[in-house]
Design a binder for this molecule. Structure first.
Ligand code: GAR
Length: 187
């Protein structure tokens, strides 16, 4: 059984879907949640599901290899970024080649890069008068949102959309597809 670590900074709704998916698909299991915010909903969700959570500081994450060691000690095979704010340091990327995936709430390469997170992405899509948005699931390299694409799923953007209404439609796409795509990669 493969061991998955989820990295999340926020609400954790994708983390919840992933944890629950692999509770009933036993070829893999979410065994660790890595989080940089003590107050994040993701930590509570991990706790409710009996998943270990690791709260990390910026210094620890960026300044040495300790996070890689912690992942290796726990036998982690695969990393899923589900709303994680920080750039992944080269040491982690090198230790998990093609074994780190991210979900982004827009159709990359548009509307990605540093600072393009959550609501800001949807504001930019609406400001850009896009007719379509969606999600991109991609491998992670040393740059924000630039790894090879694995899958994209599209939804419409309506002329009366607000960042909130678009975010809701995009998040539904994430919940529908993310776990299935991760499962496909693991098999
Ligand atoms: C998701 O929409 C995810 O695509 C986005 O953060 C949200 C996390 O929601 N990620 C990014 O914007 C990465 N640049 P969640 O905490 O409810 O899963």
């Amino acid at each position: 059984m493969k061991r998955i670590a989820i990295f999340a900074s926020g609400t954790g709704s994708n983390a919840k879907v992933l944890i629950e998916y692999f509770e009933s698909h036993r070829n893999a299991q979410v065994t660790l949640l890595v989080c940089n915010k003590a107050e994040a909903g993701a930590i509570k969700i991990a706790h409710e599901h009996g998943v270990e959570s690791l709260l990390i500081s910026k210094e620890e994450f960026f300044s040495n290899n300790s996070i890689v060691e912690k992942l290796q000690e726990r036998g982690i095979d695969f990393i899923v970024l589900a709303g994680f704010l920080w750039l992944i340091p080269p040491a982690i990327v090198a230790s998990f080649p093609n074994r780190i995936v991210n979900i982004h709430p827009a159709l990359l390469p548009k509307f990605g890069g540093k600072g393009m997170y959550g609501k800001k992405v949807h504001e930019a899509v609406i400001f850009g008068k896009e007719k379509e948005s969606g999600i991109t699931i991609h491998f992670v390299n040393e740059k924000f949102d630039e790894g090879n694409h694995i899958a994209q799923f599209i939804c419409p953007v309506f002329s009366d959309d607000t960042p909130e209404s678009l975010a809701k439609r995009v998040l539904e796409l994430e919940h529908k597809h993310f776990a299935l795509v991760v499962d496909g990669l693991l098999r």
